[in-house]
Design a protein around this ligand. Structure first.
Ligand code: SAM
Length: 176
């Protein structure tokens, strides 16, 4: 069985990155992570936005801000596995079969400048294509290969039912 999946976002800049960091949190939630750890600037509005999505669409995404991501990472790898997403790493599909699944996993996503120490502390540095692109795309592709997304998001007020045309959404109070 695959262990807990955490996403660590490095170097968040409150004034510049709220949209992209929110998208990282939303992708984390949708594709099977249960915790989103933010380093860099504290950002209560960002966490509130993620909570509001969970309140409406269900599931629980724990959020935490850390002042010292390197200390947090060093503690994590004592028992867990850290995979750093970087275009300089080895291809992720090649790496995944050797990543142990019986330990908690943190997926580390960089910001504007990633310190060298991150490459050294993480057990894996993996690339989603050896070209620069988007942290959101890299996280989505990695998670899609790593784990099955949850089938049910507990406690949802709103549930989307796939439809080939238009929007089909039920509200939890409709079934009462
Ligand atoms: N200049 C930064 C550095 O020092 O590496 C990287 C900036 S990049 C826009 C932000 C983050 O997106 C990276 O740290 C990495 O996590 C992710 N990223 C971008 N391209 C990637 C790729 N091809 N494979 C994996 N992750 C990627």
């Amino acid at each position: 069985m695959t262990g807990e999946v955490v996403v660590l976002r490095l170097g968040h800049r409150k004034g510049r990155d709220p949209r992209i960091t929110t998208h990282l949190g939303l992708v984390a939630r949708t594709f099977g992570a249960t915790k989103f750890v933010l380093a860099g600037d504290e950002d209560k509005e960002l966490f509130d936005g993620l909570k509001s999505v969970c309140d409406n669409f269900g599931g629980a995404l724990e959020t935490e801000h850390v002042k010292s991501p390197m200390a947090w990472l060093k503690r994590f790898v004592r028992t867990g596995v850290a995979v750093h997403l970087t275009m300089y790493g080895i291809p992720f599909r090649q790496a995944i079969p050797s990543v142990r699944r019986d330990r908690p996993l943190v997926i580390v996503v960089g910001g504007a400048k990633v310190p060298r120490a991150v490459y050294e502390v993480c057990q894996y540095n993996v690339a989603v294509g050896s070209q620069p692109h988007s942290e959101v795309a890299a996280l989505a592709l990695f998670l899609d290969s790593w784990t099955q997304p949850p089938e049910v998001f507990e406690g949802a007020r709103l549930t989307i039912h796939p439809h080939s045309r238009g929007k089909d959404v039920s509200h939890s109070d409709e079934s009462e």
